[in-house]
Design a protein around this ligand. Structure first.
Ligand SMILES: C[S@@+](CC[C@H](N)C(=O)[O-])C[C@H]1O[C@@H](n2cnc3c(N)ncnc32)[C@H](O)[C@@H]1O
Length: 351
């Protein structure tokens, strides 16, 4: 297909997902306010903020396209959507909404079915983030997660995750003498494995590793990654506060959408661990939410997010100085970029 046509198809698909996500959010919020009004009402977003959101989205799609064109990852990744799962699980998203509304209304943030064992998990983790049924503990939650994130971000979750790939590949240039299959990359809090899938496409020969606290999410990740060509990443259940790996083991470490869900002191612990397991000369790439310091114009969106969804550590995250935390751990040359609703931190462990 000629490039302009492929680009147009990509942008049309993405904008379509954006409008679908928007329509779902408007419809479900209206229905909730009708059926089960909560004290927390999502505030309407001002037209000029909406315009800025659209501009940021367009810029993200442009960067995503450019990076693919430059060969940082294959163009096919731009069209990689699990449509079958989305269609399969979309009715379940609706059927689950009454429980979610009930939880939001009654401020039940630790509501788990009796068959779920939460023993041994950190307190901050034992909760229904985003009011989601089962928190991070059930297979049901793991199945719906990717679709829920797609709806929340209007189909841009993967384009935002892909922003770690250029700095990751650039950081790995420090190890150009290492045979590609001996390059080790760890994705911390890998969840359902979407980021590992993207890394695999960009670095087909690298040895990939993933950790997460949730066995259910790791099972889902294993299922997703087994369908992928190439060596299966090694997945391990672990708390990111105590990574079960040797010092200086990985040439690069990544972490996507974790830090906003951690209390401040835990964020520091996880960063310290990522520093410990990264090789001297290696790179640590984080992708998480935008913050007040770099996106003051998006404060209404950030505030509405932490109020509407159960995200108890997000408010602190919004103004937390992660660059300072990274430097405190020992990282140097920390740079940041923002892409739509995400912020990428690139930190280097001194050689
Ligand atoms: C918002 S999800 C992000 C998942 C994935 N990185 C992505 O891009 O979709 C947060 C993930 O962090 C995991 N998590 C939260 N606290 C953790 C901890 N202390 N150690 C390891 N994983 C943790 C959760 O189980 C969940 O899979």
């Amino acid at each position: 297909m000629p490039d302009t046509l492929t680009k147009l198809t990509y942008q049309t698909f993405q904008q379509g997902k954006n409008y679908f996500g928007l329509a779902h959010k408007i419809l479900s919020t209206r229905l909730m306010n009708l059926v089960s009004p909560t004290e927390i009402q999502s505030r309407p977003i001002a037209p000029d903020t909406l315009l800025k959101i659209q501009q940021r989205l367009n810029q993200l799609l442009e960067t995503d396209w450019q990076d693919a064109e430059q060969g940082i990852y294959p163009e096919s990744l731009l069209f990689d959507n699990p449509w079958d799962e989305f269609f399969l699980y979309y009715p379940a998203v609706w059927l689950d909404l009454p429980q979610i509304w009930q939880r939001a209304k009654q401020k039940q943030h630790q509501d788990f079915p009796p068959d779920i064992n939460t023993e041994g998990y950190p307190n901050y983790y034992v909760r229904n983030f985003h009011h989601q049924t089962g928190g991070y503990f059930s297979d049901f939650s793991a199945k719906l997660y990717d679709l829920q994130v797609e709806i929340l971000f209007g189909g841009t979750a993967d384009p935002m995750r892909r922003r770690i790939l250029a700095p990751l590949k650039q950081g790995l240039q420090a190890f150009a003498n290492v045979p590609p299959h001996q390059v080790r990359i760890l994705d911390v809090a890998c969840g359902t494995g979407r980021t590992l899938k993207l890394i695999r496409a960009a670095l087909p020969e690298a040895s990939l590793f993933g950790t997460d606290l949730s066995p259910a999410y790791l099972r889902k990740a294993n299922q997703l990654l087994s369908q992928n060509p190439g060596e299966l990443p090694q997945l391990l259940q672990a708390n990111a506060e105590e990574l079960p790996y040797l010092d200086n083991y990985f040439h690069a470490t990544t972490c996507v959408f974790l830090f906003h869900e951690l209390p401040g002191p835990v964020r520091q612990k996880v960063i310290d661990q990522c520093f410990r397991v990264t090789q001297p000369g290696g790179v640590f790439v984080i992708c998480d939410s935008i913050q007040v310091s770099d996106s003051p114009d998006m404060i209404p969106v950030m505030e509405s997010f932490h109020e509407t969804f159960h995200e108890p550590f997000y408010k602190h995250y919004m103004t937390d100085n992660l660059v300072e935390r990274l430097e405190k751990a020992g990282f140097q040359n920390v740079t940041t970029q923002t892409h739509f609703m995400s912020k990428v931190f690139v930190a280097h462990k001194p050689a």
